[in-house]
Design a protein around this ligand. Structure first.
Ligand code: DOR
Ligand code: ZN
Length: 345
């Protein structure tokens, strides 16, 4: 097959930032995607319904002319989140999910949750109204090795939360391990899992062998090869519980190429071309539609997009800019390290 047409894909985990960065990188997502779950980890974070409405208005104002793109807003869960505000935000349709960052786990997560008992009331409201909880699944205890953070989180935090709050709908965000794949598969349909583009392509060697590669550093950090292979098998399986969340997370080059470099890979520009390559390589091109266009809307109880995106394979490698020049500074586009012959029509 050299051409494939999908219902327009969506991105179920995206960082759009704010200000000049938002303006500069938003077209990279609106070119290919119909909707995105927009992460709330701004400084300060998007915590209340009022914050989410204001951020949504700034995104709408930054849309390129003619773009048809719907930002799906999220609230950042804190230990003082007001369940009544959250309920009203969900019931009005303003908010599509709530994001749980364990405090200190990643970029701008300082306001996240330390004591999970303090958010029990909010989680019970969410279970009642069916509002999904998007979870950054890493423990942050210094004694846990960074490569084990996800597996330990599943056992010591995620599973207990889900047992304590029956019916709570949860998305395991950007899973990076076979442990994540296996746990998602062992649970009922209240649990979904997103997988990024870059975690299908790189393992931890790509970050560290032959010199440190800051543009491959993200959180959760890429793991061993057998984990990457488990993610590939899950993403390409077509199973309803697995769907695309790019976690495309722009930082300017000066902050990536730095003594204390920021976490994040920027994949909005070339995700669809890369996914076509990956799915074809695994003989699963027919399941790209499930992963990128159908499973996410089904989990979020939204219709599949009615328009389409066509990918074409040619004999010429696809080209994309090495960097996106934003008003905030240049952002390096994820480099898979191999030629890709799939183009978006
Ligand atoms: O790599 C990451 N970057 N992981 C996250 O969880 C946050 C994100 C960001 O906001 O830069
Ligand atoms: Zn993220």
């Amino acid at each position: 097959m050299t051409e494939i047409t999908l219902p327009r894909p969506d991105d179920w985990h995206l960082h759009l930032r704010d200000g000049a960065m938002l303006k500069g990188i938003l077209p990279e997502s609106t070119h290919h995607f119909g909707r995105a779950i927009v992460m709330p980890n701004l400084v300060p974070p998007v915590v209340t319904a009022e914050d989410a409405a204001a951020y949504r208005a700034r995104i709408m104002a930054a849309l390129p002319a003619g773009a048809r793109f719907t930002p799906l807003m999220t609230l950042y869960l804190t230990e003082t989140t007001d369940p009544a505000d959250l309920r009203a935000a969900a019931e009005s349709g303003l908010v599509s999910a709530v994001k749980l960052y364990p405090a200190g786990a990643t970029t701008n997560s300082a306001s996240g949750v330390r004591d999970f008992d303090k958010v029990r009331g909010v989680l019970e409201v969410m279970a009642e109204i069916g509002l999904p909880l998007c979870v950054h699944g890493e423990v942050v205890s210094p004694e846990v090795d960074i490569f084990d953070r996800e597996a330990v989180f599943i056992e010591t935090v995620l599973d207990p939360i889900r047992r304590a709050t029956p019916g709570l709908r949860v998305v395991m965000e950007h899973i990076t391990t076979k442990d994540g794949v296996d746990y998602a598969r062992s649970q009922d349909e209240t649990l979904g899992a997103t997988i990024t583009t870059h975690h299908l392509i790189i393992n931890r060697n790509h970050i560290l062998v032959g010199g440190i590669k800051p543009h491959y550093y993200c959180l959760p950090v890429a793991k061993r090869e057998h984990h990457r292979l488990a993610l590939r098998e899950a993403a390409t399986s077509g199973e309803a519980r697995f769907f695309l969340g790019t976690d495309s997370a722009p930082h300017i080059d000066a902050l990536k190429e730095h003594a204390c470099g920021c976490a994040g890979c920027f994949t909005a520009t070339n995700t669809m071309q890369l996914l076509a390559h990956v799915f074809e390589e695994d003989g699963k091109l027919a399941n790209l539609e499930a992963f990128a266009s159908r499973n996410g809307p089904a989990f979020y109880r939204l219709p599949v997009n009615s328009d389409t995106l066509t990918l074409i394979k040619t004999g010429t490698p696809a080209q994309w800019p090495a960097k996106i020049e934003t008003g905030a500074g240049p952002v390096t586009v994820f480099d898979p390290g191999f030629p890709v012959y799939w183009h978006v029509k």
